[in-house]
Ligand binder design. Structure first.
Ligand SMILES: Cc1ncc(COP(=O)(O)O)c(C=O)c1O
Length: 405
């Protein structure tokens, strides 16, 4: 009896009527598209920081590695540990800053830091010698992003000093492009010219790098000369384009994520009714309002209040009133037959209609990257493979301790 109650409780809890579907076949397809286009001499590093741009890092990483990627990248140590704890043993590059104090973690989990300063290199070297290990790392040069990296006029000198430090092994050198998605190639070409000069000057000093990389998704699509022998593939792997005019450049990317919910209430309200906080929307006629249990705490931006559209019964319905923390309202007056439990698509396709995440991003002055990363962990991720549900990642359900009585 207790077991039955608990099973019911479990299935009830896992059925939050707000979820994201992640199509892993689409991730695999997108990686394979690049695999074919870039040729066998160039590796793919799957960028799965920010929990795989909101898709779930471990599942995406696993799929990417099975589809032609050979390594992974995240921003910092904790994200990498999460991947190791999920059983992934591929090389992981930490793209951002790593404090040398985290050395024992790097050594234990076999993580590759990015180094962009002599002081940190000296500290890493001393620790590596003390622990009697060799620490592989990548050098980062700042050719015009203005973020992290050695400046061009110090890069060669610092690389020459780092290569002499015991306990360190330079496995790669990289830079990051600031404007690779723009149709004007001037800035990207300037950055790459600087990058090439640094690599050549290093070569003249006998410093060679097994891996050389500069390309993010936009550059991998737009600038074949930026691919060197590795591309760092983020957004495009998830099936989104960094800029809309990058579509149709020989790749057909398939978006992997659909954000869904269900109608939890439909009601007819009279003319002049206020909807949601601040009464920012008032009905101009008798209106059919549906309530959807998704809010800004789930990652559906409050800036989409009175702006966004969702899909229901294959048609577009406007978001009316202010998006709340856990709920939002839509006007379904023009859509016949809307009922309790009808499926709603917040981003993605339903029937012939689509609400692209780019559309929502444009409406509120941001980019697809930000909306994907904003998807909160309280939205369960349902993974699909070969058309079937293959697994579920549910932050809440996964942490529930069920006491059998
Ligand atoms: C250093 C670095 N490389 C690669 C990427 C992947 O970029 P994208 O998602 O545009 O492919 C990022 C993402 O921000 C990054 O910071």
């Amino acid at each position: 009896m207790g077991g039955k109650v608990l099973t019911m409780m479990h299935s009830y809890l896992s059925a939050r009527p707000a979820w994201a579907e992640v199509n892993l076949d689409h991730i695999a397809h997108n990686v394979r598209q690049f695999r074919q286009q870039i040729g066998p001499m160039t590796q793919i590093m799957a960028v799965v920081k920010a929990d795989g741009y909101g898709h779930g890092a471990a599942k995406v990483a696993e799929t990417a590695l099975q589809s032609g990627a050979s390594s992974l990248a995240v921003a910092f140590v904790e994200e990498a540990i999460d991947l190791r704890l999920s059983g992934l043993d591929a090389p992981i590059l930490l793209l951002g800053y790593t404090d040398p104090a985290q050395f024992p973690i790097l050594a234990h989990y076999k993580l590759t830091p990015t180094i962009f300063g002599l002081d940190a290199a000296n500290e890493f070297s001393a620790l590596a010698v003390e622990h009697d290990i060799v620490l592989p790392h990548h050098l980062k040069v700042d050719t015009g992003m203005g973020r992290i990296g050695l400046l061009p006029d110090e890069a060669v000198e610092v690389a020459a000093r780092i290569i002499r430090l015991p306990g360190l092994l330079i496995e790669g050198i990289f830079t990051h492009l600031a404007a690779a998605e723009e149709s004007d190639e001037t800035y990207t070409k300037e950055q790459l010219l600087l990058f090439n000069r640094i690599i050549e000057a290093c070569g003249e000093k006998g410093i060679n790098f097994p891996l050389v990389h500069a390309a993010n998704s936009a550059a991998a699509i737009n600038h074949p000369f930026a691919r060197y022998n590795l591309i760092r593939l983020g957004l495009a792997m998830y099936g989104c384009y960094p800029a809309q005019d990058l579509q149709g450049k020989g790749l057909e990317l398939l978006p992997a994520l659909t954000f869904k919910s269900k109608v939890i209430l439909v009601k007819k309200v009279p003319v002049g009714s206020a909807i949601s906080y601040g009464c920012t929307f008032r009905t101009e006629k008798e209106t059919l309002i549906a309530t959807i249990p998704v809010g800004y705490a789930d990652g559906y931006s409050r800036l989409l209040s009175n702006k966004g559209f969702v899909l229901i019964r294959g048609r577009r319905a406007p978001v009316v009133g202010t998006v709340c923390m856990d709920q939002l309202m839509i006007d379904v007056s023009e859509i016949p037959g809307v009922r309790l439990n009808d499926e709603v698509v917040l981003y993605g396709k339903q029937g012939e209609e689509r609400v692209k995440i780019e559309e929502a991003a444009d409406q509120i002055g941001t980019i697809n990257y930000e909306l994907l990363c904003a998807l909160d962990k309280r939205v369960p991720r349902y993974y699909f493979q070969e058309g079937k549900l293959s697994s579920v990642q549910d932050f809440i359900k996964d942490r529930i301790v069920i006491l059998d009585r």
